[in-house]
Design a protein around this ligand. Sequence first.
Ligand SMILES: Nc1nc2c(ncn2[C@@H]2O[C@H](COP(=O)(O)OP(=O)(O)OP(=O)(O)O)[C@@H](O)[C@H]2O)c(=O)[nH]1
Length: 377
Amino acid sequence: MSPRSRRNALTYFNVMVVGFSGVGKTSFIKTLMAALKDEMPKDKRESFGSQPASDANALSGPLTKTQKPYTVTSGIDVDGEKVMLTVIDTPGFQTDYLIDKQLHDILGYIEHQFDLTLAEESKVKRNPKAVDTQVHACLYVIDPTKRALDQYDIRILTRLSERVNVIPVIGKADTLTLAQRRRLKPTILRDIYTNQKIPLYGMPEDEEDDEEEEEEKKEENDDDENKEDDNKEKNTTNGSNNNNKGTTGASLEDFLNQFNYQEEDEETQAFLDYLKLIPFNVIAYEDEPETGEPIAMEGIKIGRDYGWGKIDCLSDDTSDFNTLKTMLLSTHRRILQSETVERYYEQYRTERLLVKRATKLKSMDVGKKLLDDLKRV
Ligand SMILES: Nc1nc2c(ncn2[C@@H]2O[C@H](COP(=O)(O)OP(=O)(O)OP(=O)(O)O)[C@@H](O)[C@H]2O)c(=O)[nH]1
């Protein structure tokens, strides 16, 4: 697509926010929408025309507990490109008993969007204006009161990452001191990368299928001169085109230390920047209890007032909110979109086809058996 037609085309980008109850999911979404609204003049917003169905009023008024998933949509301009951003808020996880049921519902929502694409693809005449509702990214908001991920977080993250690009975020980061932030981050990463090997978005993968391993060994024997390159190819990053692999038992920091940032291409640099920052620390704005609007503060549009000090939610000095926003909407958006199609949707489609084939074969077997039985009668 030429840069010009890319500018005119409308692209859909859908982000889901998931986590335990009370970690600040709805507040984060309100902060994101407020920040985007602030960046984009009203007339430009209106130029997007009709928007996909969304619960436009869901974010207005005082904060309440989210009871069922809902979406909020906003047309935004990203580097001259029209993006229809939809954010999906989900009810927070609560008790052990409900976690699997809630997880099942969330995964069901994600899979339903794949089914919609499958149905559209199987039409003789496809709708060129079909809305892309696939979930391109899922922010998992981690409870800042935890010292590390617990078994539930690990279970949820593992299941989610089978279907969607999962990005870890620490909510309410203002409730942590700098030392606490510094301790929590590596602990979370150790669990995700070193101990549990959960393939979240961008995570280096160290598991190779046997075929690949054998091929590499063969290549090493065949061409000694290419040894150095082959070693580099032992690394692969989830969601990236580069082939950089982690080493079993090593930390994410060890993995990152293998790179010479300046010498890498733009996409690898984008991944290195991302991996250095996860899990992102975010702080949501403080709302007026009656209206739900940001509290009024001199010189700060969206922030929090502690009495002893104020913070600007958009300032890079206090949180990673701004960086996360840029990463999602600008530097990583296209990769997240293509990963959704190439990795998750394709995987889902293959699974569905296999199930269909197995059912067909089973019914053929049953039919054949019936015929055989009838012949015998
Ligand atoms: N200090 C602080 N408080 C926050 C922040 N974000 C949200 N809160 C507060 O945390 C409480 C819960 O926030 P919500 O946004 O409703 O949390 P949620 O995860 O959507 O909760 P559920 O709807 O139950 O799933 C509210 O009292 C918010 O004001 C934050 O960044 N810092």
